[in-house]
Ligand binder design. Sequence first.
Ligand code: GTP
Ligand code: MG
Length: 195
Amino acid sequence: MIIKSAEFVTSAVRPSQYPISDLPEIAFAGRSNVGKSSLINTLLNRKRLVKTSSTPGRTQLINFFNINDSFSFVDLPGYGYAKVPANIRKKWGPMIETYLSTRNNLKGVVAITDIRRNPGQEEFDLFDWLAHYNIPTIHVLTKADKLSKTKQAARHNFIAESMSKSKENQILFSAKSRQGKKDLWDAVEQLIAYF
Ligand SMILES: Nc1nc2c(ncn2[C@@H]2O[C@H](COP(=O)(O)OP(=O)(O)OP(=O)(O)O)[C@@H](O)[C@H]2O)c(=O)[nH]1
Ligand SMILES: [Mg+2]
């Protein structure tokens, strides 16, 4: 994918604030601090288009980006971070679920987990939920650079097995080394072109 332009469009909480668009849209979901914003920057060859932070819970709004005037990326707020105040945390689930269940031009979700972490109830819930709504999903295991190739392979086997998924459906990725960038683009392009 050649990136000619990548621009922030707007932030939103509720549907009335979503940009009106019929461009194909891909959303990025995952636990807080897993590396969603870094992954988007890596795909787009930008260092700071999407704000990243070592403090979990940085992205608290739904952020829309226009790419090449031909499709959109959506950075979703991360779930599962205990230190975010309870009143804010309580709004996140509904905010994300409303987006995923109402956005007509949504073509797929890139669900991101940390390769070092075992998927927990929140991940199982997210995957079940995406399946329930028939939303095509790409599963990315990120921060692969933190492990040797041998350990990456072992974690890949373990995670695929624990989720009863085929390994072909998962992509090992690193925002640091850019491992998996081409594979992820191929998968994203398929989702965009699907309709
Ligand atoms: N080593 C390594 N660090 C990463 C990678 N991806 C992200 N990080 C680091 O992880 C931290 C969180 O990254 P973000 O991209 O802000 O994570 P996020 O999922 O957008 O976080 P929230 O917006 O808070 O939900 C930052 O310190 C990043 O530098 C990666 O592939 N490898
Ligand atoms: Mg973020």
